[in-house]
Ligand binder design. Structure first.
Ligand SMILES: Nc1nc2c(c(=O)[nH]1)N[C@H]1C(S)=C(S)[C@@H](COP(=O)(O)OP(=O)(O)OC[C@H]3O[C@@H](n4cnc5c(N)ncnc54)[C@H](O)[C@@H]3O)O[C@H]1N2
Ligand code: MOO
Length: 438
């Protein structure tokens, strides 16, 4: 038997970051940048108004107030999108909208609320100092400045910035395309009612969803018969469209374990018994001319999910140009005791709870058998119990790896502190403390 770290090390030293390719921003979400992006413009691109109001020379309105307001003639309107260059003559004003270019000669904007909102002439009740409510050109980003570094993952905010500074595309690491292949004569498609001896393919939808949750592209082939010729044909077909293949089932000691039979002859896949529970029978290697990584996961549903989280997810992140582990396990305290197999790393499915003042706490999410799907759906994380530990006692500290890309405790904080007390972070105090927009 080999250790979890040995199997993972072999995987991570084999998989490669995909070759960069240029993608339109709309198709680059979730990709990692393979180049530094420089701003092609300055942001804002021109001095513009932060308020709906009147562009003025501040000195013209400095005396405006009760009981003596200032009256100015309005030379016209400037709306956002107005591309005419205008000049403000001292002693006059333009009505201006938020985002519209400030006319040359104006050095402040009086918000409409401080006026009588006049169209031809405006009465200003309260003046503004020089520069007020003008967003100066280049205040945010300077032209030529590097705004996003190679290695940055493009999420909504990064895509917004890339677009705003003049880019329509970017050189990125493409998202790996994963194909999940479920093998087993007993499998039928989701939505069908199983007859005696039949089992619905739940691993396929689960692992494809887990891969998408991770931010890669996933598809699946369900119910592949436990017959070497069929498995071999399906794998060869999928090689053409896959950057990684994940199979489930057919890798233990059974007489009909076709995946093992086929891949023992093809490619570099090596089958090992990994000292972990669940997830003992594992295989990994590459296949085809392009050395596509192939992960053969055990068929038991919990075993396949744990194997995905521990071995496949880090590899896919690495292929996508991301760190293999983006969030470290957190420490939590066991609420109850449980046993763990000797000389194996145990990945126990746990429910995580938290309260404001105490450390995170965990309890087992129901039965721990490798086939137990009901409680798998309730779990928030996997408690990692070291091989030398055979018993976790109440109060012991354990490390917990989040499931579905979450950090353990996040959901618990939301559920306990949030819903129970009316989402205090959206409360009146929090909003007032955040200040007013400009
Ligand atoms: N003699 C031994 N038998 C077994 C050993 C062993 O060491 N010696 N290891 C056990 C362990 S541990 C595991 S894990 C399983 C792994 O088995 P396979 O990978 O060969 O998987 P199958 O036999 O095909 O299926 C196991 C189990 O999972 C169900 N299954 C399979 N695919 C799916 C799917 N897509 N969706 C839902 N459920 C699925 C299948 O019906 C079986 O019940 O081997 C032990 N045996
Ligand atoms: O590894 Mo099996 O996954 O122990 O049930």
């Amino acid at each position: 038997m080999i250790g979890v770290h040995e199997h993972l090390a072999r995987i991570l030293s084999t998989v490669r970051v995909a070759a960069p390719t240029r993608r339109a921003l709309d198709g680059a979400q979730g990709c990692v940048l393979a180049e530094d992006l420089r701003s092609r413009v300055s942001l804002p691109g021109f001095d513009n108004s932060a308020m709906d109001g009147y562009a003025v020379l501040a000195s013209d309105v400095e005396r405006a107030g009760n009981p003596y307001p200032t009256r100015l003639p309005v030379e016209g309107d400037i709306a956002a999108g107005d591309t005419t260059r205008r000049r403000l003559r001292p002693g006059t004003t333009f009505r201006i909208m938020t985002g519209a270019p400030v006319p040359e000669g104006a050095d402040a904007v009086v918000p409409v609320e401080q006026t009588d909102a006049g169209v031809e002439r405006v009465t200003i009740h309260e003046g503004v100092p020089h520069g007020r409510h003008i967003r100066p050109q280049g205040e945010d980003v300077g032209e030529g400045q590097i705004v996003l570094r190679a290695g940055t993952r493009l999420g909504p905010r990064q895509l917004a910035l890339a677009a705003a500074v003049g880019h329509g595309d970017a050189l990125v690491i493409p998202l790996p395309r994963v194909v999940v292949v479920s093998t087993g004569d007993e499998l039928i498609d989701p939505g069908q009612v199983p007859g005696f001896g039949q089992v619905v393919d739940s691993n396929g939808p689960m692992l494809a969803a887990a891969a998408r949750d991770l931010g890669v592209v996933a598809s699946r082939v369900g119910g592949v018969a436990d017959d070497p010729e069929t498995v071999s044909r399906v794998l060869r077909q999928q090689l053409a469209r896959a950057d990684a293949i994940v199979t489930t089932g057919g890798v233990s000691m059974g007489a009909y374990d076709a995946v093992k039979a086929v891949l023992s002859e093809l490619g570099t896949v090596q089958f090992d018994r990994v000292a972990m529970q669940p997830g003992k029978p594992q295989g990994f290697g590459t296949l085809g001319e392009d050395s596509v990584p192939v992960f053969t996961l055990p068929g038991n549903p919990v075993s396949s999910l744990v194997s995905f989280e521990v071995f496949v997810a880090p590899a896919l992140r690495r292929m996508a140009g991301r760190p293999a582990f983006e969030s470290a396990p957190v420490v939590a305290r066991a609420e109850q005791g449980w046993t763990s197999p000797s000389s194996k790393t145990q990945f126990a499915r746990v429910v995580v709870t938290s309260s404001d003042s105490e450390p995170l706490r965990v309890r087992l999410a129901g039965g721990q058998g490798s086939h137990v799907l009901g409680s798998l759906a309730d779990a928030h994380g996997l408690a990692i119990v070291a091989p030398e530990v055979t018993e976790v006692k109440p109060g012991d500290e354990v490390l917990v790896l989040g499931l579905d890309g979450t950090t353990p405790g996040d959901h618990a904080v939301a559920a306990t502190a949030g819903e129970a007390s009316g989402m205090p972070w959206f409360g009146a105090t929090a909003v007032a403390a955040a200040g007013s927009p400009s």
